[in-house]
Design a protein. Structure first.
Lengths: 128, 128
DNA sequence: GCGATACTACGAATTGTTTCGTAGGTGTCA
DNA sequence: TGACACCTACGAAACAATTCGTAGTATCGC
């Protein structure tokens, strides 16, 4: 009976989740290979991380084959929202506006992206 | 010679920084009192945190009085931008647009705030 | 069948975070 | 002056995160 929702992933865990979102269900070997393109790490390190992440409920493990196959429990969008919500509470006193302002200021977006955001604003204002 | 920029604050450190941003320069006693309105904590715990944060360069300490006075090294905006930048890299592959979308979706903003964001968009588009 | 290879499990070392008790010094005031 | 309150420094405990070596077991190629 593990009901409680998975905890917020650490930075390292998030890096592994990002590999899994990219690859889809994958073995330790596959994750390790992909992970090492950016970050040199031992095989058993990745294995251990995935084992711990399984205990935490961050990933699910298929043990039907000898090489276990791992996949994320939550979607990338879901975790992104979780992390944004956390940052919102911790650093911005819950003000999404302030966070959005900082995000737009801290990294230039393309005109296309800005237009996309504008479209979302239209939609939100219509709902209100 | 401590040149390197202060590290990303932990959640607890951030909570203390938020108190300092609210109060301005403050003694351990003042920070402790304010902090405890939300989170019950021992006096020496807050003291130790502030000592560690001083070593890390997150806060500056004025020792000219018997009760030392602490203040943040970086502005709230600066740290907010730092944290947004970090989240952007770690969870959003650098796409500010995706982060903004999630922020707006995860917490309803008031029409006034949406208008404010729209104004920022206007400004950014004019620059481009 | 046997040696090489691949895989998981486990334990342990290291490092960082958080909490708080205790000790020692300084000031206050009756 | 002596009791008391307040302040900082320090060390240690408890916990979590990260890394990796070693051991044990299964599988494959010959």
């Amino acid at each position: 009976m593990k009901k409680s929702p998975p905890p917020k992933p650490t930075d390292t865990e998030l890096a592994i989740l990002r590999v899994l979102w990219r690859l889809g269900p994958a073995t330790v070997r596959a994750v390790h290979a992909e992970f090492n393109r950016v970050q040199e790490t031992g095989y058993t390190t990745v294995l251990k991380m995935l084992q711990i992440m399984t205990e935490k409920g961050l990933v699910r493990r298929d043990e039907s084959e000898r090489s276990h196959v791992y996949q994320p429990v939550l979607s990338e969008q879901h975790v992104q929202r979780q992390l944004v919500g956390h940052l919102l509470d911790r650093a911005f006193g819950g003000s999404a506006q302030k966070l959005v302002m900082q995000a737009l200021a801290s990294k230039k977006s393309s005109p296309r992206e800005l237009a996309e955001i504008r479209r979302l604003l239209d939609k939100l204002e219509k709902e209100a």
